[in-house]
Each structure stands twice: as structure tokens, then as C-alpha cells.
Ligand binder design. Sequence first.
Ligand code: 9EZ
Length: 367
Amino acid sequence: MKVLVSDNISPKGVELMKKAGIHVDVRTGMSPEELKACIAEYHGLVIRSATKVTSEIIEAAASLKVIGRAGSGLDNVDKEAATKRGIVVMNTPGGNTITTAEHAIALMFALARNIPQATLSMKEGKWEKKKFMGVELFNKTLGILGLGNIGSQVARRAHAFEMNVIGYDPFLSDEKARELGVEKVSIDELFRRSDFITIHTPLTPETKNLVNSESIQTMKDGVYIINCARGGIVNEGDLYDAIQSGKVGGAALDVFEKEPPEDFSLIRLDRVICTPHLAASTREAQENVAIAIAEQVVDYLLNGTIRNAVNFPSIPADQLPRLRPYITLSEALGSFAAQVYEGGITEVTVEFRGEAGEIDTTSPSPH
Ligand code: 9EZ
């Protein structure tokens, strides 16, 4: 088995794959043409965010079985093209959790105490005490939008500062909310009550522009907004207007609609602090995600076990032997049907009978 590592990942991940007996080539900084020319010989491709895995690359990838992203974002992979070719696309959603939660907390403190602005002022040789009056976090209400892995860790940390933590997530159970000590509220109530709002949702059609002029109007005057989730969840033009009017007291942004941004007018506002998508950039997280993706890719190429795939359900190792013959048969039937029906297949109905009907055929939910 041969794996190509085409972006910079921690050497620990490369070592792990080599120890498992996989031939690993590390070739970073390739042009799309170079990648296209060499991809055919590889069974696995390990990337971060730099390599663009377009449909053109996937067409050339004759032997490719798996694309592994060391990290979570998969904007640089044509998942549909990969799925069509039966290539499993995996990421490592767990490896960045603590690091990203810590960044959100760091941004919240920096926002409350004007740390970046005061640093800049002193570096310009000034001593401006009045200008940088801050606020305490103690007894403030923190609204967490999205209580998956990262949002949950933010909640745990916010309790240490004795904040009043409220949260909204469509997948949040009463039990999980109780376990986290988070008051479960509607999204309207979260907007209405929060002094600070931090976002930890994926970017989906439902969350795109979730924070816009309309929702901002329902928030507290002077609310602080933190986004280190995905660009586009906060509408940048609307946030600009709301900061200019004083409705929003300040914003901390790690992610942007376009990265790097073309328009820096929001970023240049005094009440905006920002980092260039650094939430996952710690030594620990980069090592975590490199090791995690190496383990997952090895496990798939050598044992057929699928974990953290975005285009295939995760099958527990203990169920795999029983399920494997059905997967192989389904692949063969799918390939056969796709070749026979020249008009193309638009819909497939699957029924489970006999032994297959006794296997757990449900896909896990996001949480
Ligand atoms: C949406 C969400 C959270 C959310 C969380 C997850 C798919 N999805 N959507 C709106 N996992 C808060 C507000």
C-alpha cells in the first residue's frame, strides 16, 4: 500500500504509517499538474488545507481508496467526485477540540479587556488607560451556539470564570445539557439574554448568516460576538453596521467569509479583534490530528475499518466482519447497475431482509 502526504503534517503521523508497513512519500508544495501526474500510484492521500483535491485530481487517481484530512475542514476536497469513485473521505474532528475551545476563551478574554488594542497602543509608545476600560466575565451570561465537542469544552471552561452559561443546539438533549451544567434555551432566548455569544456550529445552509442584522437586533445592546467556527455564519457586512452603530460592543473573529479576506474594512474597526484562522494551530493539535489521520488511514487500508468518514457511515470494528460481505456485494451491484443503466441512476432504494436485516443499519447522528 502506498500513501502520499502532500501537505505538511507532523512527522509522528508519517512515522506511524511507515511502522504499519505502508510505503509513504512526503511531497509537499506540488503544483496541481505535479499532483495529477503522480496520484495514480497511491492508495491513500493525506492532506491538510493546502492541497486542492479537485475532480480532475480524483479522475487521475486510479488506485485511490481514501483521502485523509489532518484536521476538520474539507472545503479543499471535492467530496462528491470522491464519493462517485468510491473513495472514502475522512477527517479528524476530535484532534482540535481542546485547542479550539481554548482559542475561543482566549478571544473572549482579549475582547473583554481590549488586550490586542492596548498592546498596539503601547507599541506605538502610548500609555492610554482610560481608552481601554474593560468588563469582567464574572456573572456575565455566555451564550454558546452549538454544543458539540468544542462548544461543550467551552462551557466547562466558562464555568471556571463563574459565567452564567446558556446554550442552543438542535441536537442537544436535556440529559447532555444537565451533564454540562448548561441552561438549554431557544435560539431567540440565547440572542436576547447573552452578554457574550460564541459560535461552535458547522457551516450549513441553516447556520449561514445565522448572525445577521435581523438576529443582531434581538440581542442585548453592547453584546460581544466570538466566531472561531466557520466564516459566513456571521454576516460580515451586517456585523460591520452593528458595530458602527454601537449595537454590538465588539467582535473577535478567527474565521472569515473569504480567507484570506479581500475586504479588510470590518477587521480594521477598533472594536474588532482577529486572528488568521489560528484556532487549530497549536503544536499539540497538529500532532493529534497527524496521528489520528495516520491511524485512520492505516486502519482503512489494512483492515477496512472506517472511522470519521464524511461520505460513509462509521462501522464499529466488531460489526465489520459480519457487514463486510454485504459492503463488497453492494459495491459490485452499484458498479454493475451504473454501467447497465446508461441513463444514469438517480435514486436507489435499499431493503434489508434475512441476515442483513439483523445488522444495525442505522447511521450515527452527528452527536
Ligand atoms: C444550528 C446548529 C447549532 C447546529 C449544530 C449542528 C448541524 N448542526 N447545526 C443552529 N451540529 C446552533 C444553531
